[in-house]
Design a protein. Sequence first.
Length: 236
Amino acid sequence: MEAGGEHFWYLFDIFNFWALIVLVIVVVWLFYNSLRFRSKDGSDNNIDNFTPGVFPKENDDLRMELTWTIVPFILIVYLTYIAWGPIDEMWTADPDAHEINITGNQWYWDFDCDPLRDTEDAPESSVAMENRSSTMFYNDNGILICEITTIEVEGQIKPLLRVKADESYGFILRSNDVTHAPFFLDWGLKEDTSQNVETRLYYTPSMDEIGSSLLMCTEYCGMDHGYMTAVVEVYE
Ligand SMILES: [Cu+2]
């Protein structure tokens, strides 16, 4: 199964549906038992005659224990199963993918369209995005594959990553400080970036995804976490 896009929203709806079902069962069960097993006025409060430190085995109900163990287990196995394909797809390396570096910093994203350009002697420095001019990367046929520039969003300058529809991209994720997590909102992809660990995700934006969408940080990383956004644009 493919990752991201419509598959993400399909999973999103199914997970929300089951979350709602579980919520209703738990809340109804909670109120039913709270009301049903209330002690009456004037009755002994220790209605079950509990003794501290002694497990009241006589109140045990094997059927109930099996039910609340097996039913959630089946649900979790089912949800894991349907989410497995898209996650596996997102993590399956495509050797032909065009690589883009995404580096998290407190509190901005640093993109690099041409990670192979850097030599081993010149490790990536965290250049503040305000100082970066637009960079473009063309493939051997002279087609623009990736562009990094800036865009003004509600009065703030944000990085803008432009990628081409139907091209395969491999995003190499790193962090210069704490853990961040870029969330490609419209693609439904997210992955942690951690210091000293390189993580990757692979995606081919489709023609249906042409246009701009938000990239935001979804791992709390300090004061300006909420402003750690960027714009991702897919062009034809
Ligand atoms: Cu963050």
